[in-house]
Design a protein around this ligand. Structure first.
Ligand code: ATP
Length: 193
């Protein structure tokens, strides 16, 4: 899937409606410290279904809603939408809203839906939160420092090899158990004969 459009309104420091259009290839967002670059990453994680406030550098839903500035009063809701383009060129629009009460709303192509529906759509597109789609600053340093063995483990997980490795381990364990059982049966047979 390709991230085509990203819209924010009332999310953290983005009080006014802000729309970003991405073109195929690499996009870079630059700006001075504190201008809201990381808030954009938080917004992206959030609209993709993130439930952990810690991961969004917040303590509660209220921290996600524009809290006011010298120029603008606080807002009562935050809304973020993304348009994702699928391989077959069809587009899908995901929206998430939150109110000061803490109530969240999710929309799929502008129709109300459950968080689970958003998660299912993303899983089907191979675009999950835990799929290393979003790599934060700390993770880059971590990736540079870890051992080759650990790097291989992460690559295998990203490539989807881990689940087969786990299944192999399970099967080897079962074979071992069956071998033990066979030995026991042979013993019993020996005694009977
Ligand atoms: P750095 O390069 O230092 O990481 P950055 O561009 O990533 O900076 P962010 O962390 O995205 O900056 O933005 C921080 C700014 O967002 C701060 O000025 C903070 O006051 C503002 N901010 C965060 N939450 C809210 C909110 N709920 N309402 C208004 N402003 C907010």
């Amino acid at each position: 899937a390709f991230l085509k459009t990203f819209k924010l309104k009332g999310f953290k420091s983005f009080a006014r409606l802000t729309t970003l259009h991405f073109s195929p290839g690499i996009s870079v967002i630059v700006g001075p410290n504190g201008c809201g670059k990381s808030n954009l990453v938080d917004a992206l994680k959030w609209v993709l279904g993130e439930q952990s406030f810690k991961s969004l550098r917040s303590k509660s839903s209220e921290d996600l809603i524009f809290s006011g500035s010298e120029k603008a009063p606080p807002l009562n809701m935050a809304e973020v939408s993304v348009v994702l383009e699928q391989h077959n060129a069809s587009e899908i629009m995901l929206t998430r809203c939150v109110f000061r009460s803490g109530e969240n709303r999710y929309l799929l192509n502008k129709k109300h839906c459950r968080l689970k529906d958003i998660k299912d759509v993303l899983l089907n597109m191979g675009f999950g939160l835990k799929n290393y789609a979003i790599v934060d600053q700390g993770q880059i340093a971590y990736l540079l420092e870890i051992s080759p063995l650990e790097k291989r483990r992460l690559l295998e997980e990203a490539a989807g090899v881990t689940k087969y490795r786990e299944k192999k381990e399970e099967t080897l364990h079962k074979i071992q158990e069956t071998k033990q059982n066979l030995l026991r049966i042979e013993d019993i047979l020996g005694e009977v004969e």
